[in-house]
Design a protein. Sequence first.
Length: 512
Amino acid sequence: MTPLFSRSGSGRKGLIPLICGALAAGGLAAAGTAALAPGAASASSHREAPLISGTPQYDNTDLYAFVSPDKPDTTTIVANWIPFEDPAGGPNFYTFADDAQYDIHIDSNGDAQDDLTFRYTFKTHTKNGNTFLYNTGPVTSLDDPDLNVTQTYDIEVIRSKNHHVVSKSKMVRNAPVAPSNVGKASMPQYAKLREQAIQKSASGAATFAGQADDPFFLDLRVFDLLYGGNLSEVGRDTLKGYNVNTIALQVPTSLIRESADQPVVGIWSTTQRRNAQGYFSQVSRLGNPLVNEVVNPQKDKDRFNASQPAYDAQFLKNVTNPELPKLVEGIYKIKAPAEPRNDLVDVFLKGVKGLNQPPNVKPSEQLRLNTSIKPAMHPKRLGVLDGDNAGFPNGRRLTDDVVDEALQVVEGELVGSKNDLGDAVDKNDKKFEKYFPYVAEPTAGSRGKLAKGTTAGADVRSALGDALQPASASGGTDNTVLIAGSAAAGAAGVLLIGTAFGWWRRRMQRPY
């Protein structure tokens, strides 16, 4: 049996990989005809709807899908959750919710129904409940006992037809999640932790879950009445320095497409949250970027997050008669294109004909990707608008400048109203990786100067864990020095910790 996923670093007890052959062949155990559709919610993007903005663990911020540049026979899907993660947001750092189902949906034939769903579910583990610490010492591996709060996840593969489950199979069990990047004292080699969280298989599949730099780049001051009527003030990447929680999945393209003759797939992601009665309700949904932020009005935002693509006809007027061009015309006197905007229906609901529109497509809001188009050697940030058909709106790469593209299209670029509108933020503040999971490493919680007495490159370690569990219970002299070296890394730097703890411990043991 060939394992579908295996630890790319050291081995991990409890990881139960399954075979890829059974999955690709559809050899999954029948699961009856229980409806896959989530229950109705009384409720994506960054804080785009009233209800989800108050529950960030369930808020799907962005979705990306592209033919893998280094493995063109595979497709990579990246979905992010939890907007505006402040890197120093401890001691309770950022975890996926234990009571949620994080889903990636695949529509292989354009009928607005999911044929395949990859469902991620997470479980949180705490080693020591008697400390407030996320980690009780320097963390050198995902198995390190000093990593106090950890998460694992399972992936379930669900095949469906006509909104009903046909079969289910566990694809991964107990895979490790990369932790929040607390800082250089707590996680001196964070890249090593990320590498250990990547699960790979000989078949070309890979999965990753953990914290990452937020790859979306834009100037969010657009919501300050469209930059306050002064475009000279744009150009600040509002999301610079913030992190997100990422789920990344790379699978053989043959697994998700209908056939070589019909290579276009539709993709969207959702979050279901378990309520007090134990039922799951969908609370977040995301396909194309910015749709629920700037296309849907306030009255429809929560309803869109709870809906499915098959029922998107109810939101059609928001696309054919959009509000944004009218606002731009009112503030900047740029004439809004004539309505109805059927050009936007193609971009957001059907796919561009001859590029990424499947035959007999049912209009619905999905991120559509033609998996037969090879990755560009030199990607252009404006994608299809600049002649690069491997980019947005044919899927979405991490480097695609979707804000500029969306602004130009909404203002009539496809119907003869040529323009160069944009927010002057053309790239992410961090470079993306060349290999899976491609997203940049998260910004660390500690970004200040090194401690006094240390130098750049030194393995700076927190002695707080040692203080909680001193080596000798009877303890030391007033000149006690705790030394945190770098034996694991072989570095020469040391951190000297003063005498306060030893003095305080003996003082507390004396009678008054």
